[in-house]
Every structure is written in structure tokens, then in C-alpha cells.
Design a binder for this molecule. Structure first.
Ligand code: DAH
Length: 356
């Protein structure tokens, strides 16, 4: 074998033994046996050699090609086996390890508050109801003792929807969750207690109002439900929800067409520091009252036999207060930075015994 062939052989074998992965191996293979590889070029150039030299060099080149091809194939097999072994090592499954679930997403603060409400009221024996976003005028207003030209309808700046097919009543995107009082009275068996969290809509849009927002309605009906039940229930709820055992709660006389008497419910807080339960200021949290007998009658319930209380609160408002969220708008902007900051671990569900 001539010197140049000898050199090609030693260089190639040395490079092959140094190649530590298939990528390096492939570069060597192409460099030697590829279209313009060194050995291929030598074979091509054979035609230009003198006839007496051609035979011997041709034979030597063929032997070398056989040797190098075998060495290259051998190295490929070794490297492939090593790569497989490495994969098996890293992908080994240790079934004795505890599960390590990857966080896949977070619970939105609105959903979290709804879950907390469900947990607290659920523990008080309330059922959790759901209802449609599109209601008819009667359930949203009429049955709730809000007559056609009542100012409450203006207040609410309603989104109206044309009547459904074959219907005459115009429909609305519900302006509050209170129509679920009507649906509950029409379908649930008395006595009952239910809360209904859900979406609500009003044509309002500024820093503290969104055209779509959320409320939670509550309704308790029985033969002898009194204002004392209303107060006890809401005080217990607010103290559990805000996690302040002696949270001051104030009931302030108010007006809603569907309750009589009606009360606004305030909690004690400090306007200066924002501390809930501290300071001497009051903050309005929800509306409530004893169900107005006309509403019971509108829903086919005899008000001489049955009575109860209702309440409704804004979910965004209590969520912002509880978690110190300063602005309403990002609730609906799907900004992942906000969601990661304010979101809740889905694997840490609401547990009443840990406090909510
Ligand atoms: N629906 C009222 C609103 O959106 C809130 C409300 C007040 C609900 C008093 C009630 C209630 O059930 O009793 O402003």
C-alpha cells in the first residue's frame, strides 16, 4: 500500500475511534466514502494513472475500501448501541417514585372564588345551581317584581336579545343572577337552599365595570325562615370567606323590588390600609332581604305558607378585596403574566378545614 493510502487508513481509523456520536461518525463516513470523499476521489483519479500503476493501485484501493467500509459499519453499530443504552438509562421509569405532576395550568381567581363559595355554602347544606346566560324578560325582571317601566331596568343598562323562534317575549342577557331565584322556585322542591354562581351582563364599561361580570345568588325558602337566619347565614359566610373570625358585619336598610325588607350588607375594614376586619370604615359587599311575597306568588308559591331570604353578590368585587387585586380589567384579558401571578394551583383544591 502506498503512503497516501496508508495515511488515509490510519487517519480514518483514528477518527472513527474518536467519534463519540453518530453525527461525528457520519461526517467521517461522508468524508471518506461520500460523493467527493477522499477514497471516492482516489478511485475516480485512478483512470488518470499510468496503466502499469493502475492495476496495483486499483487493487490496493479496493482492499482499502473494503477495510474502511467494514470499520465504518462496525463503528456505527457500536455508536447506535451506545445511544440506545443512554436513552434507556435516562428514560427509565422508577415506579417506586411518588408522582410528580407538572403544573399544567392555574385556576382563575373567579373560578377559585366560586369554588370557595360552593365549599362554604355547601357545608351549610346549600345546593349549587346553574342557569342560562340568556333569560326572558319575565324571569329577569317581571317575576322579580320589577315592572316594565321600573327604573331598575334602566339602571341595569340591559343588553336585549330578540325573542326566540315562535316566542313573543324579548330576551335579555341576564343582568343579575336573580332570575335563578325564579327558576329555582319553579323547579325545586320546597324547602330548599341554593346558591347560583354565574355570568351576568350589563352595558357598563369602565375601570370598575365590565359588560360581563359574575354574581352569586342565594335563596333559602322554608316554612319558618326568618331574618335571623339571613343574618346568621351571611355573617358565617363572610367570616369564613374572608378568613376573619370576628369580622364586623353590618346590615343596612335598603331597597330591592324582589325583597322586603331589603338590606345591604357591609363588612368592617380600614380604608387607609385596606385591611379587612380592621379599622373603622364600612365596605358594601352584597344585597339581601326577605323574599317579597309577590315574587313567591309569581312563582306559584303560597306566601302564607312559605317564606325565606335571598342574597346576591358580585364575585369580582369580593375576589379583588380578598386577594388584593387592584384592577378589574385584567380579569378577562387572558394575560398569562397576570394569570400566573394571581392564579391558583389546581392540585390544591378548596378545603374548608384548612380555611379558604
Ligand atoms: N340582583 C341584585 C343586583 O344585581 C342583587 C341582589 C340584591 C340579589 C338583593 C338578591 C337580593 O337576591 O336579595 O344588584
Amino acid at each position: 500500500m502506498t503512503d497516501d493510502l496508508e495515511r488515509l487508513k490510519t487517519d480514518t481509523l483514528a477518527a472513527l475511534s474518536e467519534a463519540s456520536d453518530l453525527r461525528a461518525w457520519d461526517a467521517i463516513r461522508v468524508g471518506v466514502l461520500g460523493k467527493s470523499g477522499s477514497l471516492t476521489t482516489m478511485l475516480k483519479e485512478l483512470g488518470r494513472a499510468a496503466p502499469e500503476e493502475r492495476k496495483a493501485r486499483g487493487a490496493a484501493l479496493n482492499v482499502l475500501k473494503g477495510e474502511l467500509s467494514a470499520a465504518i459499519d462496525g463503528r456505527q453499530a457500536t455508536l447506535e448501541a451506545a445511544a440506545l443504552e443512554a436513552r434507556l438509562q435516562t428514560e427509565r421509569l422508577d415506579v417506586s417514585l411518588p408522582p410528580q405532576p407538572r403544573a399544567q395550568g392555574l385556576i382563575h381567581p373567579i373560578s377559585r372564588t366560586m369554588e370557595e363559595m360552593a365549599a362554604i355554602f355547601g357545608a351549610m347544606g346549600f345546593a349549587i345551581g346553574e342557569g342560562p346566560d340568556i333569560e326572558d324578560d319575565w324571569r329577569n325582571f317581571g317575576a322579580l317584581n320589577i315592572p316594565a317601566h321600573h327604573s331598575a331596568r334602566e339602571d341595569m343598562d340591559t343588553f336585549y336579545v330578540p325573542p326566540g323562534e315562535g316566542e313573543t317575549r324579548r330576551r335579555v342577557l341576564r343582568t343579575h343572577t336573580s332570575p335563578m331565584q325564579v327558576r329555582s322556585m319553579l323547579t325545586r322542591e320546597l324547602p330548599f337552599r341554593v346558591i347560583v354562581p354565574g355570568r351576568t351582563y350589563r352595558a357598563d364599561h369602565d375601570a370598575t365595570h365590565s359588560p360581563m361580570f359574575h354574581q352569586c345568588e342565594g335563596l333559602v325558602l322554608g316554612r319558618d325562615i326568618t331574618l335571623a337566619h339571613l343574618k346568621g347565614c351571611l355573617i358565617d359566610f363572610l367570616r369564613a370567606f374572608f378568613g376573619v373570625a370576628d369580622l364586623p358585619v353590618r346590615f343596612r336598610s335598603s331597597y330591592f323590588p324582589f325583597t322586603e325588607p331589603s338590606m345591604e350588607v357591609d363588612i368592617g375594614w380600614s380604608r387607609k390600609t385596606g385591611e379587612i376586619g380592621g379599622g373603622t370604615d364600612w365596605l358594601e359587599i352584597l344585597g339581601s332581604g326577605m323574599v317579597q311575597p309577590k315574587v313567591l306568588a309569581n312563582c306559584g308559591i303560597d306566601p302564607r305558607e312559605w317564606q325565606g331570604f335571598a342574597f346576591g353578590m358580585g364575585i369580582e368585587r369580593v375576589t379583588m378585596l380578598k386577594y388584593g387585586i387592584p384592577d378589574l380589567r385584567p380579569f378577562y384579558e387572558s394575560d398569562l403574566r397576570w394569570l400566573r401571578h394571581y392564579g391558583f394551583n389546581p392540585l390544591a383544591p378548596v378545603m374548608l378545614h384548612e380555611g379558604v
